[in-house]
Ligand binder design. Structure first.
Ligand code: SF4
Length: 243
C-alpha cells in the first residue's frame, strides 16, 4: 500500500544526511546486517511504527520554514528505504512537489526496486558502497555486492546526482588494494559529486545493549587521522572529490 509505511523514527539532522538541514525519515526493515550498523533498531519491519504518508508530510511541514531558512530538505533513510519502494517513492514525490530538496540514503542492494520515476523524484542519492570486494562485502553485510554496483551504474546512466559513502573500518575495509578497487570503480561513474569517507565509530553500542544484541565490532577502534588521510587520498588520486 503506497499511502502508508513502517518507520522507526524521524529526526532533524545537520550535515550528515545530505546538504544542509534535513528532515530525515528512518524507514524500517533492512536485508543487510552490516557489522558496524548504527541503526539496529531499524532492521525488522515488526519493530517499526505504521504511519501514513500524510502523517509524515504533516511532520515535515512543521520544519519547513526552518529548512527553507537553513537550506536543506528531506532525506529518506533507514533501514533500507527501498524495502518499501511505494512508500518511499510517495514521500519523495510529495516532498519534491512541495519544492523540498530530496535525498535517498540507500545501500543500493534493492536498487532494482526503485522505479525510474522514484529516481526522478530524488535530487540526490546517498549510495553506501561498503566494499568493492565481493568476498569482503558479503562478510561485512551478509549479502551480495553485485546489485549495489548494478544500481550505481544505472544511476550513472540516468545522470542522477550521487554521493558515495564509504565507512572506513580498520582491519576490515582499509586494505589498500580494496580501496583502490572501489575508487577505480567510482571514477568510472559520471554522476558522482563527491565521496564521503566516514570513520567507523562505536556510538551505537548502547543501542545494541538495549536490544540484547552484541556489537560485533566492540573491540575495533576508530581509524586514526593518518589512515583517514591515506584513504581519502586514494579517492582523490582517482580524480574524485573526497571529504
Ligand atoms: S544497510 Fe544500513 S541499516 Fe542496513 S544493516 Fe547496513 S548500516 Fe544497518
Amino acid at each position: 500500500m503506497e499511502g502508508a509505511g513502517v518507520i522507526s523514527s524521524w529526526d532533524l539532522s545537520v550535515g550528515v544526511d545530505g546538504p544542509g538541514t534535513r528532515f530525515v525519515v528512518f524507514t524500517c526493515g533492512c536485508p543487510l546486517r552490516c557489522l558496524y550498523c548504527q541503526n539496529p533498531e531499524t532492521w525488522h519491519l515488526r519493530d517499526g511504527r505504521r504511519v501514513t504518508v500524510d502523517e509524515v508530510m504533516a511532520e515535515a511541514a512543521k520544519y519547513r520554514r526552518f529548512i527553507d531558512v537553513a537550506g536543506g530538505g528531506v532525506t529518506i533513510s533507514g533501514g533500507e528505504p527501498l524495502l518499501q519502494p511505494g512508500f518511499t517513492g510517495e514521500l519523495l514525490r510529495r516532498s519534491r512537489a512541495l519544492g523540498l530538496h530530496t535525498a535517498l540514503d540507500t545501500s543500493g542492494y534493492l536498487g532494482d526496486r526503485a522505479t525510474d520515476e522514484l529516481l526522478a523524484d530524488t535530487d540526490l542519492v546517498l549510495l553506501d558502497i561498503k566494499s568493492a570486494d565481493p568476498v569482503g562485502y558479503r562478510a561485512l553485510t551478509g549479502v551480495d555486492l553485485a546489485p549495489t554496483l548494478r544500481f550505481a551504474r544505472r544511476l550513472s546512466n540516468l545522470g542522477r546526482p550521487t554521493w558515495i559513502r564509504f565507512v572506513l573500518v580498520p582491519g576490515l575495509t582499509d586494505r589498500v588494494r580494496d580501496v583502490d578497487t572501489l575508487a577505480a570503480f567510482v571514477s568510472t561513474l559520471r554522476n558522482v559529486e563527491r565521496v564521503d569517507v566516514l570513520p567507523f565509530h562505536r556510538m551505537a553500542m548502547g543501542k545494541y545493549r538495549e536490544l540484547g544484541l552484541e556489537f560485533p565490532l566492540a573491540d575495533v577502534s576508530p581509524p586514526g587521522p593518518e589512515l583517514l588521510d591515506r584513504v581519502r587520498r586514494q579517492f582523490r588520486n582517482m580524480g574524485l572529490t573526497c571529504a
